[in-house]
Design a protein around this ligand. Structure first.
Ligand code: HEC
Length: 363
């Protein structure tokens, strides 16, 4: 017996010496672009899974099927997670390409375990790039995210974009931070482009989300219910331009892409809550299909319109309520839109659009 103990101690000692040598010589490569050996990978994976399982065992799972909850999760996922975990219809991002372990593409993970997922989102995973979101998100918001992740694999790119758009954007912490929601549809394109070297897009959209946190007051600027209709001055000074705007909304709602495109100047600059599209062609091939699908699904009700025209330039600002059902779920959004139009030989053309929106059910 004693002999066995001695040789056992010897083996353990040898292992410790080998491990110490591996550490001291720096022979093990910690580079993120070099995969673990199979042994190390399995060891880490098992340790991680057991560690999470033990800690998630006591997590009580709340009701997760509430569509509002799923929608709020969508907005936050798009601003905080999609850069690493990707989104339906979007390609890989610069960050996701470089991380090791590779972040799972959550739109493909169909066996979400709610307690485990909650625990991981809340506490993060050491040395992996997966952050602990408890520092910035309270539990109910993390549960929104879990509810959303359960639904995500069943969502098409369009449904995803529509949910994000209707979500009220980026909201967490006390729920006080809300960004406009239209931005979301475009992130997939931005991310793809940035991977090709256009860094500004990606950076812009992020700084937008963040800067919103710095100015919560901006959400209080939305006017209370105002008398409906078009401002009389506008009808007098910019009657034709207003007719073009009306036709533009009608073409969007009826899904007539050719008509929409015909009203846009080739160099139209379109800003959607921090995202920018710089030509008619870019818009037609990126956001337009999703925007039209969205407009077709909801009822557009103009609340208030104002603007003016000077010479060949006009501006028309519209506040509208967008309500209806998208993918079987109720949606109620306040949309604000500013259009700049230019008179050409072929009528008024839209040269600039600025869109933003917010969840109408929130103050
Ligand atoms: C900076 C990149 C990054 C961001 C941002 C990020 N994650 Fe992760 N996440 C990772 C990585 C890397 C892993 C894989 C960790 C591993 O394999 O051990 C991971 C793993 C996960 C997992 C799988 C856990 C499991 O069951 O094994 C979930 C779920 C997850 N993240 C959710 C989220 C959510 C929700 C957000 C946004 C609130 C988010 N992540 C933001 C990098 C990120």
């Amino acid at each position: 017996m004693k002999r066995y103990l001695v040789s056992f101690a010897g083996i353990v000692g040898a292992i410790i010496v080998i491990l110490a040598l591996v550490v001291a010589t720096g022979v093990y490569n910690v580079a993120a672009d070099d995969a673990h050996t199979a042994v190390v990978y399995n060891l880490i994976e098992t340790a991680r899974d057991r560690s999470i399982a033990v800690r998630a065992a006591n997590v009580a799972v709340p009701e997760l099927s509430d569509p509002q909850r799923i929608r709020r999760g969508a907005g936050n996922y798009n601003s905080m997670c999609a850069g690493c975990h990707l989104k339906p219809g979007g390609g890989k991002t610069e960050i996701s390409r470089g991380l090791y372990p590779i972040p799972p593409e959550l739109a493909r993970v169909t066996n979400i375990d709610p307690a485990r997922t909650f625990w991981v989102i809340k506490h993060g995973i050491k040395s992996t790039g997966m952050p602990a979101w408890s520092k910035s998100m309270e539990d109910p918001y993390i549960w929104d995210m879990v509810a959303f992740l359960k639904r995500l694999p069943a969502m098409s790119a369009d449904e995803y974009a529509a949910e994000v758009r209707a979500s009220g954007g980026h909201s967490h912490g006390g729920g006080e931070t809300m960004s406009e929601n239209r931005e979301s549809a475009g992130h997939s394109h931005n991310d793809e482009e940035s991977a090709e070297g256009e860094h500004s897009h990606n950076d812009n959209s992020h700084s937008h989300d963040d800067s919103d946190e710095g100015e919560p007051a901006s959400h209080e600027h939305v006017p209370p219910t105002t008398p409906a209709g078009t401002d009389q001055n506008l009808a007098n000074t910019a009657g034709d331009a207003v007719a073009t705007v009306k036709a533009f909304h009608a073409a969007m709602s009826s899904g007539n892409a050719a008509q929409v495109v015909a009203m846009l100047d080739p160099k139209v600059l379109i800003m959607e809550s921090g995202n920018v599209e710089r030509s008619r062609q870019e818009y037609a091939s990126h956001h337009l299909p999703a925007d039209m699908k969205f407009m077709r699904a909801i009822r557009y009700r103009l609340q208030r319109q104002t603007g003016d025209a000077v010479g060949d330039l006009a501006w028309v600002a519209s506040e509208a309520s967008l309500a209806g059902e998208l993918s079987g779920e109720p949606m109620d959004v306040v949309s604000t839109e500013s259009l700049v139009l230019k008179k050409t030989a072929r009528g008024w053309k839209i040269v600039h659009i600025h869109w933003s929106s917010r969840d109408a059910t929130k103050a």
